[in-house]
Design a protein around this ligand. Structure first.
Ligand code: MG
Length: 260
């Protein structure tokens, strides 16, 4: 069932979105060679709780942390650990906060030092895929228009589109209907209407999009070991067009570069 939010509810939603973006940006500032993913997770959890909010991921389906920290070939759902980031890595951080009864959800892939040129290109194209998907989030369009825009752009550059993990409705809980795939056909799927709030989150791979889950039951990795990128915003569909809710005073976008 799709929950339609009133304009007033969308206004209230912005507190959760803004805090989610603020903490994601702060997480990005910690990204540099030598830092561990656990240290980033601990900062994120403290920051969210300090602001009277609750980490959206901790305990969700049993996930043990406040961020998903997915490094290089890890696509999503990486578990924070004592792994130290090294120059040339990329790290996808997915996090969100619940406050005022609403959940924010956003993700960003940051560069650790200097990534390989093809990895940098993958990240730039994946962010462009997110932007292309958001442009389609208008009343009267369909879910398939979002996926089509993301898939077309990614595949034009020869990159892979992950099939098994998708965007989703967001509201009082992290995952609501409808699913928002990163692939699809124009005009197909649920018709978009004002008041829907969805997380659009392209997960794009440098090589194959085929993937598997590690023995820890969480971490999803590419089958060929090549890197993946993941960018996400929570977006309200309104009669005036898409409104990105995961936006803080610096806007809805983080820098690619970690540590800044
Ligand atoms: Mg999400």
């Amino acid at each position: 069932m799709i929950h339609i939010k009133t304009p007033q509810e969308i206004e209230e939603f912005k507190a959760a979105g803004s805090l989610s973006k603020t903490v994601l940006r702060r997480a990005g500032r910690m990204v540099r060679p030598g830092v561990t993913t656990r240290e980033i997770d601990q900062m994120v959890e403290s920051f969210i709780r300090l602001h009277g909010a609750v980490p959206g991921f901790k305990g969700l389906y049993g996930f043990p942390a406040s961020i998903c920290a997915s490094v290089n070939e890890e696509i999503v759902h990486g578990i924070p650990s004592d792994r130290m980031l090294v120059d040339g890595d990329v790290i996808s951080i997915d996090t969100g906060a619940t406050i005022g009864g609403w959940v924010g959800d956003n993700a960003w892939t940051f560069f650790v030092g200097t990534p390989a040129p093809e990895t940098k290109a993958l990240c730039e194209v994946t962010l462009d895929c997110l932007k292309a998907g958001i442009e389609q989030a208008v009343p009267g369009n369909h879910i398939g228009d979002i996926g089509h825009a993301v898939q077309t752009l990614a595949e034009k550059h020869g990159f892979g589109v992950v099939r098994e993990y998708v965007g989703h409705g967001v509201g009082h809980v992290m995952h609501e209907d409808p699913n928002v795939p990163n692939f699809g056909k124009k005009g197909r799927g649920v018709k978009l209407q004002a008041g829907m709030v969805i997380a659009i989150e392209p997960m794009i791979t440098l090589g194959t999009y085929r993937n598997h889950t590690l023995a820890n039951g969480w971490t999803v990795v590419t089958n060929d070991g090549k890197p993946a990128a993941h960018y996400e915003n929570t977006v309200a569909i309104t009669k005036d067009g898409p409104v990105i809710l995961t936006e803080d005073p610096d806007g809805p976008w983080c820098p690619f570069q970690g540590g800044v």
